[in-house]
Design a protein around this ligand. Sequence first.
Ligand code: NI
Length: 135
Amino acid sequence: MRISVFRKAHFNAAHRLYRPDWTDERNKAVFGLCSNEHYHGHNYEMEVKVTGEIDQETGYLIDLKILKDLIKEHVEDAFDHKNLNVQVPEFKNLNPTAENICYVIWQKLRAHLDDKYELSIRLYETPRNFVEYPA
Ligand code: NI
């Protein structure tokens, strides 16, 4: 039987949306307040969804302790209370939009999750604005 389990997590982080190859004017026109050169912060909330077959021996899809530890090590410890542009290598040359952050989280967790599982990430940048990968 296929089933999905979810784990919620959160991190606080600062970012700035801009392209260094654009003028300040163009960055402001496209990214507005989000291009503030002094950065701004968000309380990011995430939902990690893992889908697959229930293990007949344990009755688990996945041990949630394992999933919790994966999220802590690869997402929370890497992003929490960080300036994403400056301190997180994945965003050195990648604009830290909610879309890109969500995809980076998916990549990081996917690399450490058994292939037998499907993985989906929903990332809330604000309570009303959120993204999901895969679409
Ligand atoms: Ni922002």
